[in-house]
Design a protein around this ligand. Structure first.
Ligand SMILES: [Zn+2]
Length: 325
């Protein structure tokens, strides 16, 4: 009996190495333990070697082939995801969930556990940012941009469930878009994809490929537009991930209410973040007038002039930044 157990372990190890050699991208390696085998081992098993594995429709079930032309199933450990609260405001029809939640409804501070011994982190993509979380041309840029090559693989940073997949007119500037909901309530967004590799309600494990980089939607060149949202509200993704080296900032993420503003960045003190949260800027474009800007932001010409210390007769320069709130 003990002999059989040792032999089965040996065969499984061989199968694991075969998988490794063939599928370096497989999520299998986040959960390499195999929890079930057909152990109807007989004497012929003593002599056979695992020579290949074949994927099945079920990504957690593989067929292993032996050199005596027999085969068996190996079942990989399925992800164990705590789904408490995971499906709150679940919505696969629209890009953003939690439509009725306002920033003021969020807790003053919330701690999100990002990883533990069973749930890992894999960088979605590593590279230099071409644009950060900020006001851009007077509009909030709710994520970060990382240039890439069309076809580069993008991965889920944590375990989760695919909440939204869309493209074309439905997603506007985002182009092909995938949104993943993670068990702690965090959502990650991947825009401008050339290919979407998942569908709604797919279960993903950290490291699973979810799409290929592209330039669809409002995009001037191939890049990943990556957002992090909590309760539907965006915050600076750099608070979670160091994109220079693809590491997690910390195992625990503390989100403060004043982070949910494009003026609030990773690296700021709380005082700076709070101050930035109350300030809103507009960058003057061709054709802008003080009256038009005031209407756009729901304020008055007088208020804008006061904030910026300018006269209402001032000629606006294109590219000039005006504080509007
Ligand atoms: Zn972007």
């Amino acid at each position: 009996m003990a002999k059989h157990t040792v032999l089965i372990l040996f065969l499984l190890l061989q199968a694991a190495f075969t998988l490794h050699a063939q599928e370096p991208d497989s999520s299998f390696f986040s959960h390499p333990e195999m929890n079930e085998v057909n152990d109807e081992a007989d004497s012929t098993l003593m002599l056979v070697k695992a020579i290949d594995t074949i994927p099945t429709q079920d990504k957690y079930l593989k067929i292993v082939l032996f050199d005596d032309h027999t085969w068996d199933y190996i079942e990989l450990e399925r992800p164990d995801i705590d789904t408490t609260g995971l499906f709150d405001d679940w919505n696969i029809e629209s890009i953003h969930a939690y439509r009725d939640v306002k920033v003021s409804d969020l807790p003053e501070e919330v701690d999100l556990l990002l990883v533990d011994s069973a749930h890992h982190f894999v960088a979605p993509y590593v590279g230099r940012r071409s644009s950060t979380f900020k006001y851009r041309r007077g509009r909030p840029h709710n994520g970060i941009d990382i240039p890439l090559r069309v076809g580069d693989t993008l991965r889920s940073p944590f375990d989760g469930v695919v909440r939204y997949v869309g493209g074309g007119k439905a997603t506007g500037g985002y182009g092909n878009l995938v949104v993943i909901r993670h068990p702690n309530g965090l959502e990650t967004y991947y825009g401008h994809l050339s290919e979407r590799l998942v569908v709604e309600n797919d279960l993903v494990v950290a490291g699973d490929p979810i799409g290929l980089g592209g330039s669809t939607g409002r995009s001037t060149g191939p890049h990943l537009h990556f957002e992090t949202r909590y309760m539907g509200k965006p915050f600076d993704p750099e608070r979670v991930i160091n994109f220079d080296n693809g590491t997690l900032r910390d195992t625990m993420l503390t989100l403060k209410r004043h982070y949910f503003n494009v003026g609030s960045h990773y690296g700021m003190t709380d005082a700076q973040s709070k101050a930035a949260t109350s300030a809103v800027y507009h960058t003057v474009k061709k054709g802008d007038t003080l009256g038009g800007i005031a209407r756009k932001y729901g304020t008055t010409v007088n208020a804008i002039c006061k904030l910026n210390g300018i006269s209402s007769k001032k000629v606006l320069r294109i590219g000039q930044r005006l504080r509007v709130r």
